[in-house]
Ligand binder design. Sequence first.
Ligand SMILES: NC(=O)c1ccc[n+]([C@@H]2O[C@H](COP(=O)([O-])OP(=O)(O)OC[C@H]3O[C@@H](n4cnc5c(N)ncnc54)[C@H](OP(=O)(O)O)[C@@H]3O)[C@@H](O)[C@H]2O)c1
Length: 170
Amino acid sequence: MAKPTVSIICALSENRVIGDSGRIPWHIVPDLVRFKQKTLGHVVIMGRKAFDSMAEYYQERGRDLPKRTHIIVTRNPDYQVDLSGCMRAQSINAALELAGKIEPKEIFIAGGEEIFRQTIDRADKLYLTVIKGEFKGDAFFPDYSEFSQVVSEKKRESDGHKYTFLELTK
Ligand SMILES: NC(=O)c1ccc[n+]([C@@H]2O[C@H](COP(=O)([O-])OP(=O)(O)OC[C@H]3O[C@@H](n4cnc5c(N)ncnc54)[C@H](OP(=O)(O)O)[C@@H]3O)[C@@H](O)[C@H]2O)c1
């Protein structure tokens, strides 16, 4: 059976900031819509911190998580997640293996920094939203200069930001 494509999906600033104090430093609605459209019905792998932050965002708004399978990577064997469609894996390898059993087409890796750093070499494709400007932050996206083939590039402006939706391969 053919292996699914491993895709990273991330929003970053031009200085590669992806987060600050556990939160994403911008709120760009079309980026959230794009993330949802790309990942809906697929498997999404996330680090425990990124997942907790996203789950909190939905909880605060009294909303369910979008319908997709979340695999949360954590070293903590006692980590509990009672939400439907959520599973736990104790390593990146275990997460990718589990994802490959469930997902025939495309697996998404959605952060945060630690997870991106450990998976960028294994990714086939990047879906990036590159936000114009330099931001202050404490979480960064790794160097992605190896991904030099531009599959698609769309410039956008909304929510007080200029940004580019990029699809890249190696
Ligand atoms: N802009 C974006 O698109 C985007 C997307 C996602 C996240 N973010 C931002 O990124 C930041 C969070 O990134 P982060 O690096 O602090 O955290 P993270 O990558 O989300 O999660 C780190 C956690 O993942 C687990 N982990 C990492 N490597 C592992 C491994 N090899 N095996 C097992 N478990 C492993 C550990 O969980 P345990 O501690 O439970 O063991 C670790 O503490 C936040 O600021 C967030 O807002 C931005």
